[in-house]
Design a protein around this ligand. Structure first.
Ligand code: SF4
Ligand code: SF4
Length: 428
């Protein structure tokens, strides 16, 4: 694999703004499915009084992680909710009481070895904060005697335009990031760590170099600013030169990739026992008059964030959870913020690009050159249209990570990345 990537306008206008704190909303709606895997079952009922950090949802399934209350108050409803992904799950609605009383359950976990470390991370409700939502305890649950891990890769590339929440984590909480890294290195006996940051964040690179200058085994890798530098397999390759192949997890090659905000969270959780109940989000887009970074209780309605950033709902033509390349369109302005959100972007008609004027492929090959996984988007599109499962597998559709680079560069405005998602669902 030889990563070239595509050049995007960074638009990191919020990179230097200190993270603000959202005023407590009147209510939150906390979905029981905020991670990859089995949704949780609610542990509370209507009328219950809950406090901050209290566990309100859990599941016995292996691929799951608990959900905690982000506020103190009273449960007013447990309802079915249609997520932006199109899935329906239970959501617990809590009316806040304004006191933010912390639950008695919140205390630093007792951790002495890898087993208790993994269990603590499970109880923290942590899942990949870069957006994928893979439960972190599963990523860390490695048989290190059988399969040692040689490299921890900290993903701070943040290659999507507009988003700066990971950059703010580096600048505002560098000691937490490093402490989280050292905990993971210690319990998983990992000798090397690479903190990977794109070159367009020189302040963060400088600070982390200073902070890690006396830390053995931790290196700062400054990456070319190129999209999708932050994709898991790409960043693993950029840091170590090792290719993680189709259907493989980085751990099978001795690598663990963690998002930088996950690392900072691990440190804070081990010190305080406060589970994952709030997120730092970037609010940006031309429909918002005051773009910023802000700490938000999980479950807060996006409408609260729009008004916090001086946006008017009537001006919004496109609302995204995440970046413009891989973010998800939100159909409802009251969609709740989840653990995996790192940005809310709101665009007016002027910037809300649509694909309605797509034309025939002119065989220019730009999509092939743009693909970081060296796939052939045009051939994949043909195979999907003719519903040829064998060809889709042969063309390695499962290597597509829906980064959107092929669609972005296509002069014929073809929906190549979207077609690939449909194709993956089709062969599944
Ligand atoms: S969306 Fe898939 S096919 Fe298109 S560039 Fe990204 S990885 Fe390649
Ligand atoms: S970039 Fe668009 S027009 Fe060019 S080969 Fe790919 S699909 Fe065809």
């Amino acid at each position: 694999m030889l990563f070239s990537g595509i050049s995007l306008d960074h638009k990191k206008g919020t990179a230097s703004s200190q993270t603000l704190r959202l005023p407590l909303p009147k209510s939150v709606r906390i979905p029981m499915s905020q991670h990859m895997g089995t949704p949780c079952d609610p542990l509370v009922k209507v009328g219950d009084i809950v406090s901050v950090g209290q566990k309100i949802g859990d599941s016995a399934a292996f691929m799951s992680t608990p959900v905690h209350s982000s506020v103190s108050g009273r449960v007013t409803s447990i309802e079915d909710y249609l997520l932006a992904s199109g899935k329906v799950c239970k959501a617990v609605v809590i009316e806040t009481d304004g006191t933010q009383t912390v639950s008695d359950e919140v205390k630093p976990p007792e951790v002495s070895d890898l087993k208790s470390f993994v269990e603590a991370i499970k109880q923290s409700g942590c899942c990949g904060l870069g957006g994928a939502g893979f439960p972190t305890h599963i990523k860390l649950n490695v048989d290190i005697k059988e399969k040692p891990i040689h490299s921890l890769v900290i993903n701070a590339a943040e290659c999507e335009p507009y988003i700066t929440s990971d950059c703010r984590e580096l600048l505002e909480s560098p000691d937490d990031v490093i402490d989280g890294i050292e905990k993971v290195m210690h319990y998983l006996e990992i000798p090397n760590c690479y903190i990977c940051i794109e070159k367009n964040k020189p302040e963060a690179i400088k600070l982390m170099k200073e902070k890690t200058s006396n830390k053995s085994g931790i290196k700062i890798v400054s990456l070319k600013s190129s999209y999708p530098q932050g994709a898991e397999k790409v960043v693993a390759y950029s840091a170590t030169g090792i290719v993680v192949g189709e259907g493989e997890l980085p751990a099978s090659k001795g690598i663990i990739v963690l998002n930088v905000s996950t690392s900072g969270f691990i440190s804070r959780y081990l010190k305080t026992g406060m589970p994952l109940v709030e997120k730092r989000l970037t609010l940006d887009g031309d429909a918002l008059r005051t773009p910023c970074n802000v700490f938000v209780p999980v479950g807060t309605a996006v409408s609260e964030l729009i008004s916090f950033a001086d946006g008017s709902p009537e001006a919004i033509a496109k609302l995204l959870a995440g970046g413009p390349m891989m973010g998800m369109c939100l159909y409802d302005i009251n969609t709740p913020v989840t653990k995996t959100n790192n940005a809310i972007l709101a665009f007016t008609e002027k910037l809300a690009k649509d694909k309605s004027d797509k034309t025939a492929c002119i065989s220019c090959g730009r999509c092939v050159r743009a693909c970081p996984m060296k796939l052939m988007p045009t051939e994949l599109e043909k195979a999907y249209i003719s519903k040829d499962k064998e060809m889709l597998r042969k063309l390695k559709i499962n290597l597509c990570m829906n980064c959107g680079s092929c669609s972005y560069v296509c002069p014929a405005k073809r929906n190549l990345a979207e077609t690939n998602q449909l194709a993956k669902d089709f062969i599944r």
